[in-house]
Design a protein around this ligand. Structure first.
Ligand code: EPU
Length: 418
């Protein structure tokens, strides 16, 4: 009856002061009282012995007593989250496109348990929208269900050998603040990803990337609460199935998880990635530090990408199209000057911004909305646009690029409620 289990579950060692909280099908937390304090171990059950222990915790009633949440919380001294109370909310202010939309039920969740409480509140069948920074979505209609805004805080170093640092970050932390924290601390590897809007929890969803770096290069694991049973699962980077603006969270595991934390492995001696053309020309005289690279990236982004606080947008609206070697060869006969990026697997990525620009759309103005004048891949809400209008513009661009170049552009931004 695995399907009927709800996490967390609680156990106590019979005849001892050791308490267990089973977080999901492959992990638990153990609390052992030593003198007046509690020693806490988080165990991810990957190997056989831990899996056996977890099996025993659940099924060996002679050794482990089942306890309820209240008894467990009293013993260990943890606070129980209150019952989740949804509020009505405006979504325009919670998304960077800033188009009008409302939600009748919104709950903010700052811990795994608060996420579980929100999921427990949700009536069966009610649609769920998980919201981070709202920086990669276009909301087409009022949300007819629950919006779960994940605000889990915290940045914690869990391992440091003097060179490599493993750092665990709450899904609710603003991405750019976290990147600048790593730059200040001298932990290398994320500096090229400065100034990307959004929160940490959304970063693995589409494997955010910029200036030659993607988070798949630095991510160790992702933890998420299962929407079905509240179980906490740790996805190794390999299990995340990262690809260009892709992951399992957008693919096979779509709508099954609420990401609550992400771990990164950073390197005090990480080589700087300065090969991306625009970075070279923005850097001062070398030698450079990670801070120089972050500052160069910030200057480039500020010059090309609109600040969502001023002009509504969700970054690149379309993905850069990836062509087979043969398709690229045909394309290049007519357009040898198009920027193109050969991929390790033999395919060739084109710049959607260049195609849209050459097709004549850069700076296109429809009053309330349009195409950004500095970067044709970015659609903007100049004030008062609806999602429908922005979507219509996207369709017009798509049709035109298809007819001029026989290349089909796919949206990079998630369309919600379309
Ligand atoms: N280009 C034009 N005209 C334009 C825009 C671009 O000719 O209006 C040309 C540029 O001159 C350049 C090429 O197209 O030769 C690529 O442009 P750019 O370096 O600005 O990058 P991009 O491919 O348009 C991608 C990411 C951005 C990321 C930058 C930098 C995607 C969908 N977009 O944009 O990510 O910041 O590279 O690495 O992969 C985002 O995902 O929201 C995003 C902003």
């Amino acid at each position: 009856m695995e399907g009927a289990i709800q996490y967390p579950q609680f156990r106590k060692l019979r005849g001892g002061d050791v308490w267990y909280r089973i977080e999901g099908p492959a992990r638990w937390t153990e609390f052992q009282r030593i003198g007046t304090r509690w020693v806490r171990h988080d165990v991810v059950a990957v190997q056989h012995p831990e899996r056996m222990t977890l099996h025993d915790l659940r099924h060996d009633g002679e050794r482990y007593a089942e306890v309820d949440r209240t008894e467990w919380a009293e013993a260990v001294g943890e606070e129980l989250p209150g019952a989740a109370k949804p509020v009505e909310a405006d979504l325009a202010g919670r998304t960077t496109f800033g188009v009008p939309a409302r939600a009748t039920h919104l709950i903010e969740a700052d811990s795994d348990d608060a996420v579980r409480a929100a999921l427990a509140w949700r009536p069966a069948g009610m649609p769920l929208l998980v919201l981070g920074g709202g920086s990669n979505m276009l909301v087409h209609a009022d949300w007819p269900g629950l919006v779960l805004a994940v605000t889990v805080p915290g940045v914690a170093v869990v391992a440091d050998d003097g060179r490599y640092v493993e750092v665990v970050v709450g899904a609710g932390e603003p991405w750019h603040d976290f990147v600048m924290h790593t730059v200040e601390a001298g932990w290398g590897g994320l500096e090229n990803l400065a100034l990307i809007p959004g929160r940490v929890g959304a970063a693995p969803m589409q494997n955010i990337g910029a200036y030659g770096v993607e988070i798949k290069d630095r991510c160790l694991w992702v933890e998420a609460v299962a929407i079905a049973d509240g179980g906490l699962r740790r996805f190794s980077a390999a299990e995340c199935g990262f690809g260009y603006r892709e992951s399992v969270f957008k693919g096979a595991e779509r709508d099954r998880w609420v990401i609550t934390r992400v771990a990164f492995r950073l390197d005090r001696q990480a080589p700087l990635r300065t090969d991306y053309g625009a970075i070279q020309s923005e850097l001062p005289e070398g030698p450079w530090t990670a801070r120089d690279v972050a500052e160069a990236v910030i200057r480039i982004r500020q010059s090309k990408l609109p600040d969502p606080a001023i002009l509504g947008n969700a970054g690149s609206f379309f993905k850069n199209p990836v062509l087979s070697a043969e398709a690229y060869a045909r394309f290049a006969q007519e357009h040898p000057d198009a920027p193109h990026y050969p991929q390790p697997d033999g395919t060739v990525k084109l710049a959607a911004g260049w195609l849209i620009d050459r097709a004549g759309w850069k700076g296109h103005d429809r009053g309330t909305h349009g195409v950004h004048a500095q970067q044709a891949l970015v659609l903007v809400n100049k004030g008062g646009a609806t999602a429908g209008q922005i979507w219509q513009l996207a369709q017009d661009i798509r049709r035109d690029v298809l007819s001029q170049y026989q290349i089909s552009l796919e949206p990079e931004v998630n369309q919600i409620g379309l």
